[in-house]
Design a protein around this ligand. Structure first.
Ligand code: C2O
Length: 540
């Protein structure tokens, strides 16, 4: 194994899209940012130099970070931010993972433009568990706002209302042709292919707030990996991908010629939620096809196509082969039920919303960001930064997905952690609530992959639903969409000591408080503890 060195200069860059210009925060002047390439078992060192006027931190989304929580990146959770003019070296080893992941800024809303791909190749000499494609391509889906995204969220927080949605989706940085902006006809991404060849597409949803459908006209895709874990290959016409998720799929260029539209558009099955309803397009272009020849377009599914999303999610199974067994915890040491959802709290200072504001919570706790990083507070025993009384079950039970919510259903604020003994197996049922409206929440856990052993609609039934759990080959991932008005059950082994964030990967919901953290104790031997902090760890 090797040590791979990267340098991320974080700089402002003036960028024009949709016929309007703004200055954005970028890594090395690029949107999307550079791809990190490594092999399983490699050590990666990324020196991040902050040349901008924002506090910064970068998260390596999905990297296990075994005992190296200091390199995980969420600001005020595992590190204090890198202040303007400062730098920090993220140092981590990739253990037992291969596939596609992403990195992104993990502070404020900066990840709207500060993100990129992580490509983890298998160990040298180890083949893919599927026929080796001829070529590999990274495809990053994201959103674009004409306004500054920090201004968008700050305005929402002052008003108490929901932030504006993005003005366009992007595919590798490009929205594709849009109406009312003639110069945009040239602003599209082109995926050049040769007839008969196969392409491994490493697809990433780096959007802040929108789950997406992804479709290539005239072609099916064979999914082989999600969140850097191999799955049983299956063919699909549409990929469904939530913010923070990755999907690796094989495209066979089985047409002789032509141009086919690649499209990304929103999946949202809660009526009335404002979304960006634009479709980003790119072009799949067979070599030898004239650029003037017509394109083939198949529209992605409509915004509320829940059956398409369910069908995709239900097709995902761990590969569970001899070389890649699914190590699903068969017994559970702790069984938790977390309600997740949106709520309304009083707000005397809010400029709109009639004296109230939208909040979000887990088990009725709206998480408050601390002023000192939790991992530092834990390791250095700094008192008063957090408490460990996060409720492991909902404080009030009610019909979560139907009927009227309990009256006066305000949430409590707090920086509450849930403490877990090292090496115990945890089951969490994530139960969506419909206090304002049910909504699909992509929940991301740092520091672990989990197995999605069950999924259903309505209220989780602890007597009957566990009988249907898949404990053989459930999909293993780091981000899972909890269906609107439903639940998922996840299991993981708490074999990684430290403080691990769990939150909705819709940034607007994270901002509103849909987040918590697990505190996993150190093991008994020194080899089981979180490593000592690096010397250059930023200070608050
Ligand atoms: Cu990709 Cu805590 O996030």
């Amino acid at each position: 194994c090797k040590v791979r060195h990267y340098k991320f200069n974080v700089v402002m860059k003036n960028t024009t899209k949709l016929c309007s210009s703004k200055s954005i925060v970028t890594v090395n002047g690029k949107f999307p940012g550079p791809t990190i390439y490594a092999r399983e078992d490699d050590t990666v060192l990324v020196k991040v130099v902050n040349h901008v006027n924002y506090n910064l931190s970068i998260h390596w989304h999905g990297i296990r970070q075994l005992r190296t929580g200091w390199a995980d990146g969420p600001a005020y959770i595992t590190q204090c931010p890198i202040q303007p003019g400062q730098n920090y070296v993220y140092n981590f080893t990739i253990t037992g993972q291969r596939g596609t992941l992403l990195w992104h800024a993990h502070i404020l809303w900066l990840r709207s433009t500060v993100h990129g791909a992580i490509v983890i190749l298998p160990k040298l000499g180890v083949p893919y568990p599927f026929p080796k494609p001829n070529h590999e391509r990274v495809i990053i889906l994201a959103e674009w706002w004409k306004s500054d995204t920090e201004a968008v969220i700050n305005e929402a927080l002052t008003s108490g209302l929901a932030p504006n949605v993005s003005d366009a989706h992007t595919i590798n940085g490009h929205p594709g042709p849009v109406t009312n902006c003639p110069s945009s006809t040239a602003d599209g991404f082109t995926l050049k292919v040769k007839a008969g060849k196969t392409y491994l597409l490493r697809l990433i949803n780096a959007a802040l707030n929108e789950e997406l459908f992804f479709k290539i006209a005239g072609h099916n895709l064979t999914v082989v990996d999600v969140d850097a874990t191999y799955v049983k290959p299956f063919k699909t016409g549409t990929i469904v991908i939530a913010p923070g998720q990755t999907t690796t799929a094989i495209l066979t260029a089985d047409r002789n010629t032509g141009k086919y539209i690649v499209a990304a558009s929103t999946f949202m099955d809660t009526p009335g939620v404002a979304v960006d309803n634009t479709t980003a397009t790119a072009t799949l272009h067979y070599s030898g096809t004239l650029s003037t020849s017509p394109t083939t377009f198949t529209a992605p599914p409509p915004q509320n196509a829940t059956p398409v999303a369910n069908n995709f999610v239900n097709s995902l199974r761990s590969l569970n082969s001899k070389n890649y067994p699914a190590k699903v915890p068969q017994k559970v040491d702790r069984s938790l039920l977390f309600t997740i959802g949106l709520g309304i709290n009083p707000c005397a200072t809010c400029k709109a919303g009639n004296g109230s504001r939208v909040v979000a919570d887990i088990n009725n706790v709206t998480f408050v960001m601390p002023k000192i990083a939790l991992l530092q507070a834990h390791v250095f025993n700094i008192k008063g930064v957090f408490t460990t009384d996060f409720p492991g079950n909902p404080p009030v039970s009610f019909n979560y997905t139907g009927g009227p919510p309990p009256s006066n259903f305000g949430t409590r604020n707090g920086t509450k952690l849930y403490r877990v003994p090292y090496n115990t197996t945890i089951q969490v049922v994530l139960q969506d609530t419909g206090i304002i409206a049910p909504e699909n929440h992509p929940i991301h856990l740092h520091g672990f992959n989990f197995f999605v052993v069950g999924r259903g609609l309505g209220n989780f039934n602890s007597k009957t639903d566990p009988k249907q759990f898949n404990l053989v080959d459930p999909v293993e991932r780091n981000t899972i969409g909890v269906p609107s008005g439903g639940w998922v059950a996840i299991r993981f082994l708490a074999d990684n000591p430290g403080v691990w964030f769990m939150h909705c990967h819709l940034e607007v919901h994270t901002t509103w408080g849909l987040k918590m953290a697990f505190l996993v104790d150190n093991g008994k031997s020194p080899n089981e503890s979180v490593l000592p902090p690096p010397k250059d760890l930023p200070k608050c």
